[in-house]
Design a protein around this ligand. Structure first.
Ligand SMILES: NC(=O)C1=CN([C@@H]2O[C@H](COP(=O)(O)OP(=O)(O)OC[C@H]3O[C@@H](n4cnc5c(N)ncnc54)[C@H](O)[C@@H]3O)[C@@H](O)[C@H]2O)[C@@H](O)CC1
Ligand SMILES: [K+]
Length: 506
């Protein structure tokens, strides 16, 4: 399965792949391929005609070399191309120098500064080849390059970024001084973690992957992959058999909803129904818990001890709105003592963060558990602060997974699923409409519902994360967000989408 999906490589891994290719007896000209592919994307995806003016920003390294090649093709195809380069020609790599000279061979000018708007320049497209994966993070961006980035962003013109928007950390998605705001990023060999998580989704725009005719997986086995529609399709449960019954689709228990937070448990329960669980047992811990959910009377209300006495459960979701008192500590301890697959969310995570004996139990249990922290919860679990988590989300997710021997879902833009073997998956669906209370509860219900229907916890997690984000994307398309998108709507949209996908309606 893993071979058919899109790998994600860190900068060092990309360098290893490139070096392997360079060491071949007849290495392909990767820069020529990268530059040409960039020019083709410019022609295909941006509205250009023979009068179009294209501004190409070439940095001092090989990202700039790609930009020179792209400029050459675009000029050759008849567009008005202006190239800006102010690097030291003597310090360019052989390839980049060659690309610059090939452009100059046409006697074209190279400017050292972006011509001001005062002279009437109007750009139809800007190509960003300032920095790629070679951006140095120990050297604060300053001077001309910082000024170029700020100038381009202020122009608000269509932007195509080469490999990664300049200023974005390719491994961590952090902003180093300033970042080019791209409409499209053409990324080579594989997408970089930095364009998929943290600030990446905000600055990269649409991501187009160009493999430069390489098969990177054959060169270096990946340790990270993208979660996209292709992967989600592979993970879908099969169409339901005609003679199925509720027992065919499993029983899930959900425990949470303490005083003032009953909604969290109800949302998780409703989402589990919408995602297809055969039976949903719900514990609402609040003292004035309702006997029934009037909107979804299908939810079977139980007390905590009744829930643990059930012998039919296939998975337990614990934590949404659970609260942090001694009783909930006890229920979590009991959950950890079961051999059920567990989904731990919200206050269950906080209990684990504050009580080392619970953390120990979690680490030692044999049955699988999935932890779904947002960055602040992840910071508590790793005894650090949120900035450290966000500063390198991939490292945070894999550290958590290693620490607790569990699968981790680190939520936030570009959610990351990490496994104890060090591998991880970057989700590519979702939008800021999900930034509202309750969406995490819905996600935990969906994960549990897919587990009880027979998915492995690993598959259930990947599919649930993608489905949850894709549901939000559907709502966005219909203008039900991002402003005011609600968790309940996400749950409903997830049901529609899941049926669409399984029964191949879209
Ligand atoms: N190596 C290869 O085989 C290929 C590389 N390609 C391109 O090459 C890129 C990587 O090239 P490089 O390794 O040359 O790296 P970059 O072109 O990303 O940047 C390196 C240059 O930028 C300067 N620099 C870095 N950080 C700076 C900072 N904070 N302030 C000021 N200057 C800074 C460095 O001194 C160096 O001159 C990729 O992203 C991709 O676009 C493609 O051509 C495909 C093939
Ligand atoms: K770039």
């Amino acid at each position: 399965m893993i071979r058919t999906i899109t790998p994600v490589y860190l900068t060092d891994e990309i360098r290893t792949i490139e070096q392997t290719v360079f060491d071949l007896p007849e290495p392909p000209d990767l820069m020529e391929k990268a530059g040409r592919a960039t020019a083709e994307i410019a022609r295909k995806y941006f509205v250009l005609n023979c009068d179009s003016r294209i501004l190409v920003l070439a940095g001092p390294g090989n990202n700039g070399g790609d930009a020179f090649v792209a400029a050459r093709y675009l000029k050759h195809w008849g567009y008005a191309v202006t190239v800006i380069f102010n690097g030291d020609p003597d310090r360019q790599s052989q390839d980049a120098k060659q690309a610059r000279l090939a452009w100059q061979g046409g006697e074209e000018n190279i400017y050292s500064e972006i011509p001001g708007t005062a002279n009437g320049q109007k750009w139809d497209l800007i190509i960003d080849g300032i920095f790629g994966i070679g951006l140095r993070q120990d050297r604060p961006m300053a001077g001309q390059y910082l000024s170029w980035i700020n100038t381009v962003n202020a122009m608000q013109k269509p932007v195509l970024a080469i490999d990664i928007p300049s200023g974005l950390g390719s491994d961590d998605g952090s902003v180093y001084g300033a970042v080019i705001n791209a409409d499209i990023t053409i990324t080579f060999i594989s997408p970089k973690p930095g364009i998929l998580t943290h600030y990446g989704p905000q600055y990269s725009g649409r991501i187009i992957i160009c493999d430069l005719d390489l098969d990177p997986v054959a060169i270096l086995p990946p340790r990270a992959w993208m979660i996209n529609r292709k992967l989600a399709s592979i993970l879908l449960p099969p169409p339901r058999a005609a003679n199925s019954h509720k027992g065919s689709f499993g029983s899930i228990g959900i425990l949470g909803g303490n005083n003032g937070m009953t909604g969290a448990a109800i949302l998780a329960g409703r989402a589990a129904l919408h995602a297809g669980a055969g039976r949903v047992y719900l514990v609402i811990l609040a003292t004035s818990a309702p006997d029934v959910d009037i909107v979804h009377p299908e939810l079977m209300m139980r007390s905590p001890s009744e829930l643990f006495d059930l012998d039919t459960l296939d998975c337990l979701v614990i934590g949404p709105g659970m609260g942090m008192d001694e009783f909930t500590y006890g229920w979590l301890e009991r959950a950890l003592d079961t051999d059920l697959p567990l989904v731990l969310d919200a206050d269950a995570l906080n209990h684990v963060a504050f009580h080392s004996e619970l953390a120990r139990k979690l680490k030692q249990r044999e049955a699988p558990a999935i932890l779904t922290p947002h960055p602040a919860e992840a910071a508590r679990l790793l005894d650090t602060d949120t900035a450290v988590i966000q500063g390198n989300r991939q490292i945070a997710a894999t550290s958590l997974s290693e620490k607790f021997c569990c699968q981790i879902l680190l939520k936030g833009a570009g959610s990351i699923c990490a496994r104890p073997d060090g591998t991880c998956f970057f989700n590519t669906s979702g939008n800021p409409g999900l930034s509202s209370a309750g969406t995490g509860d819905v996600l935990s219900g969906i994960i549990g519902a897919l587990i009880v229907q027979g998915q492995t916890p690993e598959d259930a997690l990947l599919l649930a994360v993608y489905l949850h984000g894709a549901a939000a994307d559907e709502l966005l398309k219909r203008n039900n967000g991002p402003v005011g998108m609600t968790a309940s709507e996400v749950s409903n949209a997830a049901r529609l989408l899941l049926n669409d996908w399984i029964y191949k309606k879209s």
